[in-house]
Design a protein around this ligand. Sequence first.
Ligand code: GLY
Length: 309
Amino acid sequence: MKWGVIATWRMALDGIKKAALMLDQDGSIFDSLQQVITEVEDCPDYTSVGYGALPNEKGIIELDAAFMDGTTLSFGAVSGVINFKNPVKIARKLMDERFNTFLAGQGAQEYAQINGFEEKNMMTDCSYNIWQKKLLEKKEVLKPYDGHDTVGTAGVDTSSRMAAATSTSGLFMKKTGRIGDSPLPGCGLYSDSSIGSATATGLGEDIMKGCICYETVRLMEYGLSPQDAAQKAVEQFNKKLMDRRGQAGDISVVCMNKDAKWGAATNTGHFSFVTATYSEKPTVYIASFRDGKQIILPATEEWIRNNKE
Ligand code: GLY
């Protein structure tokens, strides 16, 4: 039976390896995607997700996460969550609700507390020191992380169920309450088991202008392969932003269709992602957009060893 999983950035490799084993043994897509994300959320080395993430301008780590079930189209999300260990688990639980499925800040924390989710101070000495140093610099330059950002994942299990999930701390030094694309349906993620799933990473303020994940899935619905859909969605929207605004932030998308075929596209010079399917062992790829072309190559072992994010 066919299964597959794909995720943004090299940092998802350990989680993808575990998810691949789960999916190969007929594990559920929900448990498998949660595994990919929590692996990244729990690692203090990744400064754009979960424990050890970089804070907002006030020194507070506000986390966003989402989960979407491609079969029922149920969607759960949290934004601006403070001091909870795994925001993606809270988002997953919210998918079960009929109402109030997207909770922000205090409301999300109350829901997490009532439902017994683990609380944790998510600041490490390292993230605190980076924030302190940034304060002293007094430069206000908000930009997406270089070489890593939101962990987003999508896939299909052997029961043909599809899903997508995301988790991020958003932009370093963001304003209190700022929300990016990652928890927004259609922007940071989208899933429809009859077609495919997609998830995005990059500058939330630009990604959300194009509902890029919904667009990628829609293009797959109209017959494009996952690779062509990702490429067309990213390149057309990048062009639109350039034509209308003269600039476009970083936008990268990974996607998978119901047959476990994957695609990826970026408007940047360097975007890493990881995939594993019933016919492909866990593999890290690097995508780049050069001279109007998407170039996607497997990362070398040396690159994987030297680049953790
Ligand atoms: N892509 C993450 C964010 O902009 O918040």
